[in-house]
Design a protein around this ligand. Structure first.
Ligand code: CP
Ligand code: NVA
Length: 309
């Protein structure tokens, strides 16, 4: 359906640099307002948000629900057992029914195609709360966190250490819009999607590298970023992956090689002692909790943009 004045948020590179930076600016502004204790800015008043979760979540669920409420709206949580999208009911029917009750839909799903179908058939904006393919709200929050701690994204070096997964795809698509140096250092066979790498490289905006030597890659990084080695839907591979990913743990030694300027980031949840040591998560240069907090502020701004507010 036509969404006049409304916009889905499915991939970072669906937007140009100006729009992404504008959303991040708005996030800063509304964050400051909420942090000041101000509770009279209620742009979502009278509006409802449907949240579809096919996978578990803490941050995404709580940040969307809290953020939408704090700005005057009401959010509805639909867990894996509630609507069973694609099983109990077809995605295109879910999309059209929810669009008649709700002003906006957020979905966390397995197959990315299901999200695209949901967005196609919904007449209200659909926000991507993570799929097997990408996690754009996370990377918007990460970008906001970098702006707060480093001052900018442009010109920085971000080194992601681990599995070439959904988080990496969103970083690649951010580098297709904003010029910075993004390195994904991963074991051979665990590279990000080749088409996405190509798309990001062909955009000719950021410098993009896929490499296999963590010690070489992290040198001079402004951000060293880690995520779980086995994502949701891959948990039965966890043991096997622990073997293959030997040498890709972010530990104190790797952070030292990166240099004193390097911040540690992780989208969380983290498995301490697996992809990252406890010491690195707890170190003074770890910004994982401000990063988690920023999920809410980034998403508030994304929803404001999607609703044309
Ligand atoms: N980072 C993130 O999306 O966390 P949850 O899986 O808890 O939502
Ligand atoms: N790559 C992880 C991110 C969790 C926020 C997963 O998909 O499980």
């Amino acid at each position: 359906e036509e969404k006049t004045g409304l916009q889905d948020f499915l991939h970072i590179n669906d937007f140009d640099k100006g729009t992404i930076l504008k959303i991040l600016d708005r996030a800063k502004e509304v964050k400051a307002l909420l942090k000041s204790g101000e509770r009279t800015y209620l742009p979502f008043k009278g509006k409802t948000l449907a949240m579809i979760f096919a996978k578990p979540s803490m941050r995404t669920r709580v940040s969307f629900e809290t953020g939408f409420y704090l700005l005057g709206g009401h959010a509805i949580f639909l867990g894996p057992k509630d609507i069973e999208m694609g099983k109990r009911e077809e995605t295109r029917d879910v999309a059209r029914v929810l669009s008649r009750y709700n002003d906006i839909i957020m979905a966390r799903l397995f197959a990315h195609q299901d999200l695209l179908d949901l967005a196609k058939y919904a007449s209200v904006p659909v926000i991507n709360g993570l799929t097997d393919y990408n996690h754009p709200c996370q990377i918007m929050a990460d970008a906001l966190t970098m702006i707060e701690h480093i001052g900018q994204i442009e010109g920085t070096k971000v080194v992601y250490v681990g599995d070439g997964n959904n988080i990496v795809h969103s970083w690649l698509l951010l580098a297709a819009v904003i010029p910075f140096h993004f390195v994904c250092v991963c074991p051979k066979g665990f590279e990000p999607d080749a088409k996405t790498v190509e798309k990001a490289q062909q955009a000719g905006v950021g410098k993009i590298e896929i490499t296999h030597d963590p010690k070489e890659a992290v040198k001079g990084a402004d951000v060293v970023y880690s995520d779980v080695w086995a994502s949701m839907g891959q948990k039965e591979e966890a043991e096997y992956r622990r073997k293959v990913f030997q040498g890709f743990q972010v530990d104190e030694e790797l952070m030292k090689i990166a240099g004193p300027q390097a911040y540690f980031m992780h989208c969380l949840p983290a498995e301490r002692g697996v992809e990252v040591t406890n010491g690195v998560v707890e170190a003074p240069n770890s910004i994982v909790f401000p990063q988690a907090e920023n999920r809410m502020h980034a998403q508030n701004a994304i929803m404001l943009h999607s609703l044309g507010l």
